[in-house]
Design a protein around this ligand. Structure first.
Ligand code: ZN
Length: 149
């Protein structure tokens, strides 16, 4: 099949290809791990195949690329100027799928945290990690009966 993209568009698209084990996700995992959190990855049986699953906290985390997930009001999300309609449709489908997965997860009583790539950049990283950890500690399932207050 002929490649109709200009090389400029193509390199843009290639730079946006994100799948599993992307850098932002590794960043979150590394930080959670060093703070004592243990998790599982990409549980396929859960809606939306969450990137990180913390059973002890009944929490799943999605780490979303700003482009693919059409992050609103984000400077890293810019609709491509070529094949705009095609991209808009594709990104909208992803967003709809996200909403749907979260709805299903919540129905199964999972807590859901969604982190966007831009929230992990430079000076924002620590703040985001702190926020996630605070939230996780709130959601921690207490299994022991006793004197921890
Ligand atoms: Zn963003």
């Amino acid at each position: 099949m002929a490649d109709v993209h200009s090389s400029e568009t193509r390199s843009f698209n290639m730079s946006q290809i994100r799948s599993q084990n992307t850098k932002p996700e590794l960043l979150i995992r590394k930080n959670l791990f060093s703070n004592g959190f243990r998790y599982r990855l990409h549980k396929k049986e859960l809606p939306g195949k969450p990137d990180i699953v913390l059973n002890k906290y009944k929490t799943v985390i999605f780490v979303n690329g700003c482009f693919w997930h059409g992050h609103d009001n984000c400077r890293y999300f810019k609709m491509p100027s070529t094949r705009t309609e095609w991209w808009a449709a594709k990104i909208n489908r992803t967003k709809e799928r996200d909403v749907d997965s979260i709805k299903k997860l919540k129905k199964e009583r999972w807590h859901v945290i969604v982190i966007y790539e831009c929230q992990l950049k430079n000076e924002k990283l620590n703040k985001t990690i702190d926020r996630v950890i605070k939230q996780l500690n709130k959601w921690r399932i207490k299994t022991e009966i006793g004197n921890d207050g």
